[in-house]
Ligand binder design. Structure first.
Ligand code: AMP
Ligand code: MG
Length: 392
């Protein structure tokens, strides 16, 4: 059985970033820049401007009553400041030549064509040119582009950006017992929990899910599904059929094809994880139990999808937390317990830790990492946690 590190190293060695494509800035949310270092071609802001509605003046003329010498509004060229006068100025309007200070409207008293202003330090309420970003500097935007990153790119004038093509990830759920949610359940049948869950996890990781029909537990059906999925996708993720049962055909088909890289990793849940190549495409075989499938997705598929986007790691915070509960585990494997971490960074078990117990996973906001060699958590001891949801 491989350690998590050894398995992850072997898996990630197979990942090569996808090609580049150009998209409009408006379509770039969640995408990843091919080159995260963006060159600023001009100052942001382009010219000095006012941070307040008020009066643009020369600070040396203050305090005093000054005549009003015109108006500067946002989006136009301002009048020049006549020495000893004040220009009415709006937030965002370019600073008139000669002015060095803005006095807010609240501090001024306007009457009879003049305005009375208190003393002010030079530069007050002035946003200098390049005060946010100087022309010629590089701005690092590494990671999926969120609202703030899009605002920075827009301020730099980028109408379109070169991003990684979103990796297509096929989700192949196998099992004779599986029924699509919404359909009636027959005897012995259960609802397919993995197709929807894994597709959502693919999207969260930055990929584009492709979800074909559920596949029956027959070697020919599994083989045909793998042929079709590997032809279309950058990565194929299967669920079920990788354990040691008589009807675990995913592993059997991949073994017959000679493409199995490794099988079984010392993690709990998720031991039967399998990595293979089929027709030139990487296949990650996840166990069918929904908790095992989602936890192994987090540990293996998410970093792989990110590697296809040129991103390192899992993109999660890994704080040290204090575990409040004692929970047992397999000493041979590293456990990833479903826990709820509070703002005080104290973790509590989110419920039963069985690999088919889905609701504790939905209640959890973190996976508590308990090392190999330990048979249980020690209440009050510190552990690494992988945050998969908001703390609270
Ligand atoms: P397997 O890995 O195929 O041996 O399946 C292990 C367990 O997970 C069995 O109890 C299956 O019924 C269950 N299972 C497999 N696939 C799914 C799925 N897509 N949704 C819900 N449960 C599943
Ligand atoms: Mg099965």
């Amino acid at each position: 059985m491989l350690s998590l590190e050894a398995a992850l190293d072997r898996l990630l060695a197979r990942a090569h970033p996808t090609s580049a494509e150009t998209v409009a800035l408006a379509d770039a949310h969640g995408r990843v820049l091919v080159d995260p270092d963006v060159l600023a071609r001009h100052d942001v802001p382009p010219v000095a401007n006012s941070a307040m509605d008020g009066w643009a003046v020369r600070s040396g003329d203050l305090p005093g009553r000054l005549p009003i010498g015109g108006e500067a509004a946002a989006g136009g060229a301002p009048p020049a400041l006549v020495a000893g006068a004040a220009v009415r100025i709006m937030t965002g309007a370019p600073l008139p030549a000669g002015a060095d200070t803005v006095v807010p409207i609240e501090d001024a008293k306007e009457e009879g064509g003049g305005v009375t202003l208190p003393a002010a330090t030079p530069g007050t309420h002035v946003r200098p040119a390049g005060g946010d970003t100087r022309a010629g500097t590089t701005v690092r935007l590494d990671g999926p582009l969120g609202p703030a990153e899009l605002a920075v790119l827009a301020s730099l004038g980028a109408g379109s950006v070169a991003v990684r093509r979103s990796p297509v990830v096929a989700i192949v759920s196998t099992g004779d017992e599986l029924v699509a949610p919404g359909e009636p359940l027959g005897p012995g049948q259960i609802y397919d929990a993995n197709s929807a869950a894994l597709a959502a996890a693919v999207r969260e990781a930055g990929g584009r899910p492709l979800v074909p029909e559920r596949i029956a537990d027959r070697a020919d059906a599994v083989g045909a599904a793998l042929d079709a999925a590997t032809a279309e996708a950058d990565l194929v993720v299967t669920s079920g059929g990788v354990s040691v049962g008589r009807h675990d055909h995913v592993r059997a088909v991949l073994e017959v094809g000679g493409g199995v890289d490794f099988w079984r990793v010392a993690v709990q849940p998720g031991k039967p994880l399998l990595v293979a190549e089929h027709r030139g495409t990487t296949v990650i075989g996840l166990p069918g139990n929904p908790v095992s499938a989602l936890v192994t997705f987090e540990l293996f598929v998410r970093p792989y999808v990110r590697a296809l986007l040129g991103l390192a790691g899992d993109g999660r915070a890994h704080p040290r937390v204090t575990m409040a509960d004692a929970a047992s585990k397999d000493p041979q494997r590293r456990a990833f317990l479903r826990v709820r971490v509070g703002p005080d960074l104290v973790a509590r078990s989110a419920g039963g830790q069985g690999s088919a117990q889905l609701r504790p996973l939905a209640d959890a906001n973190a996976l508590l990492v308990v090392p190999e060699g330990e048979a249980a958590t020690v209440a009050g001891a510190a552990y690494e946690a992988i945050l998969i949801g908001a703390v609270g």
